[in-house]
Ligand binder design. Structure first.
Ligand code: SAH
Length: 431
């Protein structure tokens, strides 16, 4: 380790069940400061975007069959990187230690003398129960819950799951069982679980594409096959499953089951995306454009040099406002130099961008487009006009103003370039 540098450390962090917002505050904070992120296949790509842009990102998604090798490779990677002084986040779906092998990873770190910390996560059972509207315990229906795996370690002798003990619980949650659902159902029946026990299978819990199938134990395997339930899913068995009929809050949201693509520029998409998510939609952000500075600032700078000749500035987007005002201090101009110039904004968001700078907007048209502005201006006396806007935009506003005899300077303050970010997710969703 180079002198003076802090020793590295490994954080075994639970990513939560699927919804990227269900990681803990501590987990997200560590993720945003990590030098290295080693993650599992089940961890959401949206969550990984919380990491720094220059983070070293390692996908340790394990392929069945290659488990043992991969596990020791992961251990070696963590140890080597921590020893070189780096902050390693080992990000695992759900809780890192519940069927997640973080216990084994922690053992390897302890053996190697590498400091580590465990940050818990919302495990799939809890995520699935909450999102499917199934309280795992209930004063009248279940006073205990068991979390178990339906998938035995191939290295262990078969029959190491104590099925009798499992069916004794008020509620049973099984992880990793979907592929062998028929076998699991017969074990549960043989162990004495009532064939009429209500069962829910929850796939991709807490994600917008969550799927839930419910049926009595005796028919759940058939129902799951018909519904095409594949991993990852958890099985919840017990009387509490009946409560879902009344408590399914997620499935009742107006946009639940819908996928909506938001194409706004990256730093503007959030507001709309949040509203849509709130109503249950799965939102894919795929900005159609990204903003860049204009090819040249010369036209704006020339306009700023004769600022006092303008009677009116028309802003046609909040972006235009932002970029116009960002240029002023660079040219030694103060907002007070805008005194005597009226400002018109194309719509409320653009107007808000102006007023937050302490400036009054003379008018906002009833109709938020160039034609609306023209109607509004009919009542105003228009002298020389400055329009700071995107490099490529419609011609109608300057053209009509000029026809009415007003000198108009249109200056580019940004360019909208095509963007491709998020397209991978959109095409996957379309498929
Ligand atoms: N450490 C994880 C579990 C890893 S084992 C946790 O605490 O949740 C992998 C199993 O977890 C899957 O086979 C599935 O049974 C369950 N699982 C993980 N994420 C899930 C999700 N979003 N929806 C349903 N089941 C999930």
């Amino acid at each position: 380790m180079p002198a003076g540098r802090r020793p590295g450390k490994v954080y075994l962090v639970g990513a939560g069940p699927g919804d990227p917002d269900l990681i803990t505050v501590r987990g997200r904070d560590l993720l945003s400061r990590a030098d290295v992120v080693i993650h599992d296949a089940l961890v959401s790509p949206a969550l990984l975007r919380a990491a720094r842009a220059d983070v070293e990102r390692i996908d340790a998604g394990k392929k069945p069959g290659a488990r043992r090798d991969t596990q020791s490779a992961v251990n070696r990677m963590m140890i080597a990187r921590a020893r070189s002084g780096r902050r390693v986040v080992r990000l695992k779906g759900g809780d890192p230690c519940l069927f997640g092998r973080a216990g084994e990873e922690a053992e390897a770190l302890a053996r190697a003398g590498v400091p580590f910390e465990v940050v818990p996560g919302v495990t799939a059972a809890l995520g699935a129960a909450a999102a499917a509207g199934i309280p795992l315990t209930h004063r009248r229906l279940a006073s205990s819950v068991v979390l178990a795996t339906g998938h035995e370690d191939p290295a262990k002798p078969p029959g190491s799951i104590d099925w009798k003990a499992l069916v004794g619980a008020g509620t049973l949650v099984l992880y990793m069982g979907v592929k062998r659902l028929e076998g699991i159902v017969s074990r549960l029946l043989a162990a004495g679980l009532d064939p009429g026990t209500p069962v829910a299978l929850v796939r991709w819990a807490t994600r917008p594409d969550q799927q839930v199938v419910t049926a009595p134990l005796r028919t759940i395997a058939v129902r799951a096959r018909l519904a095409g339930i594949r991993p990852p899913a958890v099985l919840i068995a017990g009387r509490v499953v009946r409560l879902r009929r009344r408590l399914d809050w997620a499935g009742r949201r107006p946009l639940s089951g819908r996928t909506i693509v938001v194409t706004r520029a990256k730093d503007q998409a959030r507001f709309l995306s949040d509203l849509l998510k709130e109503d249950g939609a799965r939102v894919l952000e795929a900005p159609a454009i990204r903003l860049a500075p204009p090819l040249s600032w010369a036209p704006l700078d020339a306009a700023l040099r004769r600022l006092e000749t303008y009677r009116l500035i028309i802003f046609t987007s909040a972006n235009g406002v932002e970029r116009f005002f960002a240029r002023l201090p660079e040219k030694g101009i103060d907002v007070r130099d805008l005194k005597g110039i009226e400002i018109v904004a194309i719509g409320p968001a653009t107007a808000a961008a102006v007023t937050t700078r302490g400036l009054r907007v003379a008018a906002v048209p009833a109709e938020y487009r160039a034609e609306g502005i023209l109607k509004t201006l009919r009542a105003m006396e228009v002298g020389r006009v400055l329009i700071p806007r995107a490099a490529a935009a419609r011609d109608v506003l300057p053209r009509v103003l000029r026809e009415r005899g007003a000198p108009v300077d249109v200056v580019p303050v940004y360019r909208a370039l095509p963007a491709r970010e998020g397209m991978k997710e959109v095409s996957a969703a379309l498929r």
